[in-house]
Design a protein around this ligand. Structure first.
Ligand SMILES: C[S@@+](CC[C@H](N)C(=O)[O-])C[C@H]1O[C@@H](n2cnc3c(N)ncnc32)[C@H](O)[C@@H]1O
Length: 281
């Protein structure tokens, strides 16, 4: 199937409505995640709605993912960059000038290509716990860029899945997808009502559950040995892990830091710890 390329001049054309005012977070939330799209665990991924991927690298990941593409918006340069990738895409490709692209997006969008795709319900937590052997759990990670970086690191160091509590951000928001370099579209993630409850479930499924904390009395990461199934739990910028999550872990683990440094960024901490486990494994 060759892509259907349709030229569009008017930035208000409703056919490119998936990409209107990309820098207006309120409008985007309303458009991408209809109110009935919340799942029981507080995620916005289920029940309809769509996501937006930007740039050729991320769009290539999208085309290889299970998310069904709705349409693409490209400038001539974006179309040339993606030409081979689009040869069997069964969705309209809207071609616009750079000026019209800016008009649609609401700011000077220079990456040359956008794609939208339908959201899908995420896998159930039990399925994740049954299949992945190295899992990253995030509690209260409500910043889209940190969440995207967590997924990128989790994928890079071989985690099989990510588990997000209800207070963590939407991984399918455009900025998370971009910062993850499209890994949120590849790596399975489950939504759970509470990280502490998920940690109990992971332990019951045979995982050693390690809570990452900068607390001075936690064990040194270097003392962690490899186990067949392990889960790393990270907390929010600011407060860190809740007492419930810290209490639900098998071990509290610390990455040593130079004196006078309070803590690492959450994605950096996850990268250091996952890298160590990946090398041990
Ligand atoms: C910015 S830190 C939160 C700092 C918070 N004051 C605390 O005590 O946890 C965000 C998350 O990154 C992880 N983290 C940061 N620095 C760490 C370190 N040195 N060792 C282990 N985990 C760390 C923890 O999971 C933490 O919840």
């Amino acid at each position: 199937v060759a892509p259907v390329v349709i030229e569009i001049d008017d930035p208000a054309d409703p056919r490119v409505g998936d990409f209107f005012r990309l820098n207006d977070p309120e409008l985007r939330r309303l458009r991408e995640r209809p109110p009935d799209g919340r799942d029981e665990a507080g995620g916005d991924e289920a029940g309809g709605g769509f996501l937006v991927a930007e740039g050729t690298l991320v769009i290539r990941q999208l085309l290889r993912s299970p998310y069904p593409v709705r349409c693409l918006l490209v400038t001539p340069r974006g179309l040339a960059d993606l030409a081979e990738d689009l040869s069997d895409v069964d969705a309209p490709v809207y071609l616009v000038s750079q000026a019209a692209m800016t008009g649609v997006a609401g700011f000077h969008f220079h990456r040359g290509a956008l794609a939208s795709a339908a959201r899908r319900p995420p896998p159930a937590f039990d399925d994740v716990a049954a299949t992945a052997d190295l899992v990253l759990v995030a509690e209260g990670v409500n910043d889209n860029e940190n969440l995207g970086a967590l997924f990128r690191n989790a994928a890079a160091f071989g985690a099989g899945a990510v588990v997000l509590d209800r207070t963590s951000a939407d991984p399918l928001y455009r900025r998370s997808i971009r910062v993850s370099m499209g890994q949120v579209l590849r790596l399975p993630f489950a939504r759970v009502p509470s990280a502490a409850e998920a940690m109990v479930g992971l332990r019951a499924a045979g995982f050693e559950v390690l809570a990452l904390t900068p607390a001075a009395d936690a064990e040194d990461l270097d003392d962690v040995a490899v186990r067949a199934r392990q889960a790393l739990v990270v907390g929010a910028e600011g407060p860190g892990l809740t007492p419930q999550a810290l209490g639900a872990a098998d071990r509290r683990v610390r990455i040593p830091m130079a004196p006078g440094v309070d803590s690492l960024n959450v994605a950096t901490a996850a990268a250091v710890a996952l890298s160590r486990l990946a090398r041990l494994r």
